[in-house]
Design a protein around this ligand. Structure first.
Ligand code: ADP
Length: 507
């Protein structure tokens, strides 16, 4: 048995993890540390890039200590990251010029509104597959240029670099030698042309972004450089290649082995992110899906369609923290009793509006169908069911617009541990759900890509043989029951949107 390992950094929105996998894709160690969420004003969310870098090093050290492995057997490092989050730093001093502006942050809304008012949505969507929204990096870069003194002059002198978190960590790990990103991360910036595979000069002009700050865009599975900055942890690190960079949702798609056209995965966390592999096809959506680059591998890029549910697991947290229905999240499943536990109650958790396919910022949550015998248990069941209903709405649009039939859905994320939720999802989709043993699919995707670049994994076919299934869910309801439930949900959505209209009329 040869003992080769891949070390993966999974730099997420609330925590940084280092996970070490062996060459059978088994997790051998994990270290995770949370970091500070900086919220200076309403709607602002920022991170300290230097704190992220320090914690990354700490988790690497800790994971190696836990794994008790010889560093010489680590054949590659992989990086997967929270996408879109933007860092600008001075390449001479290495100091960030401002905090990292996080994907969720709304501080660049005005910049986006101006571009929307100029009628640029069509052209930007055509070139990037995205909508004009503060979520993506470009308006965040402009915001830093507009608000932080001297950054513009320093940029003109060629001293400023831009990166998403993958790029920043790569630059730090290589002691400032390599300034690069991969196709998947570049495709989330709103300035990258996903058809022509280049930074788009016209878009850069709209955002007033100089080209000299931009990283080189490379395949997701590639020998980017060496982690010389980790020499103080172990001198051998200077010989270990950093061999993958990939955005977190795309990494999960790869980690779920969604390699064929129409293969899809759904990650059930705070929100729910659904991606479908569309191979070499750029499919533009008219119903609220995003088009994105899945990864660059084997001298080509592949594309994906993406849809998001804004409130998924966070509705369960709301039951726990605001309504005090239970103390421990996983206990919610204990309250779900009998064959139809929601008893006709529908909960549309539109706390912050509705995502794909409705994209309505003004909608707010509703609970419908309550009668004298409604109990807490019914509300809990309706809350759990709300996520599968929303994911089903996304999947319907994906299937319609992609032209693919769904063969199965790979599931992961914290809330996918809920068996009732997963069974309900299979019932609604009338399709097979596959929950893998390794729930760290994001880190695993980055490990696979790093392993492919270094020969630890031979091919996607070999990787498929390593993919281990923990549970398969298939529909247990009749077509009639399915239709009845889905009709009820759509009535609830109509009522929710109607409620917003009533509110507007009152004003
Ligand atoms: P993220 O990466 O978005 O922080 P995770 O993948 O860690 O999220 O999942 C955490 C979310 O999943 C929380 O919102 C939590 O309420 C929800 N969750 C965790 N376990 C369960 C469960 N057994 N049933 C329902 N929801 C759950």
């Amino acid at each position: 048995m040869n003992h080769n390992y891949i070390l993966t950094i999974d730099q997420g929105t609330t925590s940084t993890r280092t996970i070490i996998f062996d060459n059978q894709a088994k997790m051998v160690a994990k270290s995770q540390k949370e970091f500070t969420q900086i919220c200076p004003k309403d709607g602002y969310v920022e991170h300290n890039p230097e704190e992220i870098w320090q914690l990354t090093k700490e988790t690497i050290k800790e994971a190696i200590d836990i794994a008790k492995i010889d560093v010489i057997n680590i054949k590659a490092l992989g990086i997967t990251n929270q996408r879109e989050t933007t860092v600008l730093w001075n390449k001479i001093t290495g100091q960030p010029v401002y905090n990292a502006i996080v994907w969720q942050s709304r501080q660049s809304q005005e910049i986006c509104d101006e571009l929307i008012a100029k009628g640029l949505e069509g052209i930007i969507k055509d070139k990037t597959g995205l909508i004009i929204n503060p979520y993506f990096s470009a308006s965040k870069i402009k915001w830093i240029f507009d608000h932080v003194p001297k950054v513009k002059t320093e940029a003109l002198k060629g001293n400023i670099l831009f990166g998403t978190i993958d790029t920043y960590l790569l630059w730090k790990l290589t002691n400032g030698k390599v300034h690069a990103t991969d196709y998947s991360n570049a495709s989330r910036t709103l300035i990258y042309n996903i058809k022509e595979l280049k930074w788009d000069e016209e878009l850069l002009k709209y955002f007033d972004i100089p080209t000299n700050i931009l990283p080189k865009v490379l395949p997701s599975s590639y020998l980017f450089g060496y982690a010389t900055a980790l020499e103080d942890i172990n001198p051998l690190f200077s010989k270990i290649p950093i061999a993958s960079l990939i955005g977190d949702q795309q990494a999960a798609l790869f980690g779920q082995c969604c390699f064929d056209g129409g293969d899809a995965k759904s990650t059930y966390g705070t929100g729910c992110f659904i991606l479908m592999n569309t191979k070499d096809k750029i499919i533009h959506s008219n119903k609220g899906l995003l088009t994105t680059i899945a990864w660059g591998l084997d001298n080509k890029v592949e594309y994906a369609l993406e849809g998001s549910v804004l409130v998924a697991g966070s509705a369960i947290q709301w039951l726990r923290d605001n309504l005090n229905f239970f103390k421990i999240t996983k206990d919610c499943e204990k309250f779900v009793q009998g064959p139809n536990p929601s008893q006709g109650i529908y909960f549309v958790p539109a706390f912050v509006g509705l995502g794909t396919p409705y994209w309505n910022n003004d909608a707010r949550g509703t609970i419908l169908g309550i009668n004298r015998s409604t109990t807490k248990d019914h509300i809990i069941a309706a809350t759990i069911e709300a996520t599968p209903y929303q994911a089903k709405d996304v999947m319907d649009v994906m299937i319609e617009e992609s032209g693919y039939d769904l063969r199965y859905l790979g599931v992961d994320g914290g809330a996918s541990a809920n068996n009732y939720m997963m069974q309900f999802q299979a019932d609604l989709l009338n399709q097979k759900l596959i929950r893998p043993i390794c729930q760290e699919t994001t880190a695993l995707g980055a490990a696979y890509l790093a392993g492919l670049a270094t020969g630890v994994f031979k091919s996607k076919e070999q990787i498929k043989t390593l993919h281990q299934v923990e549970c398969v869910f298939t529909s247990k309801i009749t077509d009639e029951e399915r239709m009845e439930r889905i009709n009820g949900w759509h009535n609830a959505i109509d009522a929710t949107l109607q409620y917003k209209n009533n509110k507007l009329k009152e004003k």
